[in-house]
Design a protein around this ligand. Structure first.
Ligand code: GLN
Ligand code: ZN
Length: 768
């Protein structure tokens, strides 16, 4: 049985690549030094995998920024706007062109925008979106894949397995930059270039080549299926001696099974963590000779493998197709897991014993194969660990489980419907038309960050820290009052991150010291780990919200992160459905909402920016997800009286296909990101006749640019043409924590002026 690995994290155990790249970008180190760091990481990764007993060690899974961008460079898919870099920059280096495509280029008198970035399936990893034109040409441009293959061969003394994104998935990941063609039609042009790459790899000694085709496990059109058949028939015809390993992950083959297993390939990888049920249908339909790579170890999470269930899969497959045709592997590339659990010294040892990061997962592949060979001690060991986990009092809190199972429909509904609540709230609040507000955070200046760092290092006391945060909060309140904002925020100065801040105060969460995973380019995130039943031992935000409310006569908005977003941005437990965990978080947030209400806070915002990204990859699974996700939000929001106004906020989202579910969340007010699309997004709300109040973002907070009064006013006019005027709020696209104060102040002053102008115009229109 071959031990297979699809890919390994590449930022380095201590984020060496991140640090080196950032130094390179700021001119502190040169290309040679950057390459040396990259080389060391690769060598260490290969040796580590080799020592762990992996037979098919991947190469070309390393990337300086993103593997899809690597593929674009490999295939010469370089948008025309970058030509000038090649011409102007004398000692033009491929790496500078590459980074320019990822990050934009402002040098040598050039100002070229970066390529678009979007999420890699349902992960929090972002890839650089290929840009295709109607007459798109492909050619071998970057030699990286060959260089990396030869280096890996040299370092390991064996034949590594080059990893490429397959031609069909590569096309489907891209975007048509002009009309008159469909990207999938480019398949006939792209396949010959793949074939030339495969032939050259073969000549240089490659045996197995991994072609990632995750789209094979997604909803496919007839045309897309035909593209798969065409591509792999051609490849088999032209490169008969190459062993092709097609990988799918994050979903099951489902209705594509018979089609997929009959492609002319040598091996197929399936994800049995996300889609365990597919094994049976794959085994019934598998043709003679096809090898199956079983993804039994979770490449997306941090828990130890349950060997009993993995072995059941492996044995089932062996019984049907024999040992020689089975490979054992993690479910997907290990890119989505942190590097090494051994580096975590502060995690409770009982919980740590349930966990496995990338390095430990390699060992699991090895142990599974040893168990198959008869090493029972390893299995017994694993059984013990899994059973302590199943019973641990650190995880299981009967009170919480009972409370979740007792949730009734009435818990997920406000007392009265929106129109009734709206009337009461409008009377009580007396807000003007086009009320102004912000999304929550104000600039997190270096001073504020340093303050938190010093508190962590015990250089200042909690009291000293709080006193400084109070000063910042009061200053922000005074300033909002001065410029005439209607519903104030306290600024979130006390928060490090919108999920971490809550996770740290909830039971059932833990935080790692070094559990970084790549989010995009050099940016890494350290998701919290939800290991147990979630509960809220005490108030989380009441102290700061009531302090803020006590400092103003205006309405102060309480600020919370919603249950779905907390779930989505954490590593979650797998011993119960995600919906169950979300409900536990929802109850904790609900209690906080009620506590805020009791403390006199009349407006409470529950942020759910991640609700859209949790949408399942397969359409058939979406309704179920939306059901429980929306319900969880409603549970968190429905413990209060009609008088209390619940806001929610969402960003980075297309809402068109889920608008009815957003409406079903029944927040009194929703604020959304819309300015970059010039309010286009609002059309979905207008077409749907979205009933509740809505604050379409009137300026983009991702840029320091200050929007003019006229600009904002014209966006408000657009909004007023689409929505009932009495329902419109005025606010930026998102929180302001990444901005600086000067631009924030200038922008908000203009925003308030634009709102005032809009009010006057409405009055004038009525008088006329
Ligand atoms: N309240 C949060 C803030 O203002 C919302 C952030 C977000 O939507 N990502 O920072
Ligand atoms: Zn936002």
């Amino acid at each position: 049985m071959l031990k297979n690995n699809l890919g390994y994290p590449r930022v380095g155990a201590h984020r060496e690549l991140k640090k080196a790249s950032e130094q390179y970008w700021s001119g502190k180190i040169n290309t040679k030094e950057l390459f040396a760091v990259a080389r060391t990481i690769r060598e260490q990764n290969w040796k580590l995998q080799q020592n762990a007993g992996i037979d098919l060690v991947p190469c070309n899974d390393f990337s300086f920024y993103d593997q899809v961008l690597d593929t674009s460079l490999m295939l010469g898919v370089i948008p025309a706007r970058y030509n000038d870099i090649l011409i102007k920059n004398e000692n033009n280096k491929e790496i500078d062109l590459y980074f320019a495509m990822a990050r934009g280029y402002q040098k040598d008198g050039l100002d070229i925008t970066a390529m678009e970035m979007t999420k890699w399936f349902d992960t929090n990893y972002h890839y650089i979106v290929p840009e295709f034109t109607k007459n798109q040409e492909f050619r071998v441009f970057s030699e990286k894949v060959f260089e990396e293959f030869n280096l890996a061969k040299h370092v390991t003394g064996t034949i590594p397995k080059p990893v490429l994104i397959g031609p069909v998935s590569y096309l489907l990941l891209g975007k048509e930059k002009e009309g008159g063609f469909e990207k999938i039609d480019l398949i006939k042009k792209i396949v010959p270039v793949y074939i030339s790459i495969l032939k050259r790899l073969k000549k240089e000694g490659a045996v197995w080549i991994q072609l990632d085709e995750p789209f094979l496990a997604m909803d496919l059109s007839q045309k897309e299926k035909e593209a798969f058949v065409y591509a792999y028939k051609e490849i088999k015809k032209e490169c008969p001696e190459i062993k092709t390993l097609l990988t799918t992950y994050f979903e099951g083959l489902n209705e594509n099974t018979s089609f997929a297993v009959n492609l002319p390939i040598d091996a197929l990888h399936i994800d049995l963590v996300r889609a365990p049920k597919q094994l049976d249908s794959v085994l019934t339909q598998i043709p003679r000779n096809l090898i199956l790579s079983l993804g039994v170890i979770d490449g997306r999470n941090i828990w130890k493998n349950d060997y009993t269930s993995s072995l059941a899969h492996i044995k089932k497959a062996v019984a049907v197709i024999g040992k020689e045709r089975v490979m054992i592997a993690p479910s997907s590339s290990l890119l989505h897991t942190p590097f090494d659990l051994d580096l975590e010294t502060a995690i409770n040892p009982e919980i740590k014993n349930w966990m496995a990061f990338a390095k430990q997962k390699l060992n699991e592949v090895n142990e599974l194969s040893e168990i198959i060979e008869g090493n029972n001690a390893l299995l017994i060991n694993n059984l013990k660990t899994i059973s302590t986990r199943n019973l641990s009092t650190l995880i299981h809190k009967q009170g919480i489980k009972k409370r979740v199972s007792a949730i009734a429909d009435t818990d997920a509904s406000r007392d009265n419907e929106f129109t009734v609540r709206q009337k009461i709230q409008q009377q009580n609040f007396g807000l003007p038309l086009f009320p102004t507000t912000t999304i929550g955070s104000f600039p997190q200046t270096d001073d504020i960050r340093q303050l938190r760092a010093r508190l962590k290092k015990n250089e200042i006391t909690q009291e000293e820290y709080d006193a400084e945060i109070e000063l910042a909060t009061v200053a922000a309140i005074r300033w909002q009052e001065e410029i005439g904002i209607d519903v104030l925020v306290h600024g979130e100065f006390e928060r490090n991150d919108m999920v971490e801040y809550f996770g740290e105060q909830l039971d059932g969460f833990l935080f790692t010291k070094n559990g970084w995973v790549q989010s995009y380019g050099s940016r890494c995130v350290k998701p919290p780990v939800i290991y147990g039943d979630v509960s809220r031992p005490k108030d989380m935000t009441v102290r700061w919200s009531s302090f803020a409310q006590a400092n103003t006569k205006k309405l102060m908005k309480g600020m919370l992160t919603g249950p779905v977003t907390i779930l989505q941005w954490s590593f979650v437990r797998v011993d119960q459905p995600r919906s169950e965990t979300t409900n536990q978080i929802a109850l904790a947030i609900r209690d906080e909402v009620v506590a805020l209400e009791q403390a006199g806070i009349k407006v409470i915002q529950i942020d759910e920016p991640a609700i859209r990204e949790g949408l399942p990859l397969r359409k058939a699974d979406r309704a179920n997800y939306l059901d429980w996700a929306v319900k969880a939000f409603r549970i968190s929001a429905s413990g209060v009286k009609d008088e209390t106004q619940i806001h929610t906020h969402m960003c980075y989202s297309e809402f068109n296909d889920i608008i009815e579910h957003i409406a079903h969340m029944d927040a009194d007010v929703i604020t959304i990101e819309t300015s970059r699309s010039q309010m286009e997004l609002l059309a979905a709300f207008a077409d749907f006749k979205y009933p509740n109040e809505i604050g379409p973002g009137v300026y983009d907070i991702h840029s320091p640019r200050i929007p003019s009064v006229e600009e904002i006013a014209s966006l408000l006019e657009k909004a007023a043409a689409l929505l009932p005027v009495g329902n419109i709020w005025v606010n930026p696209d998102c929180g302001l924590k990444t901005r600086k104060w000067p631009e924030t102040q200038a922008a908000l002053i203009n925003m308030v002026s634009a709102a005032k102008a809009a009010r006057q115009k409405i009055v004038a229109d009525i008088v006329i």
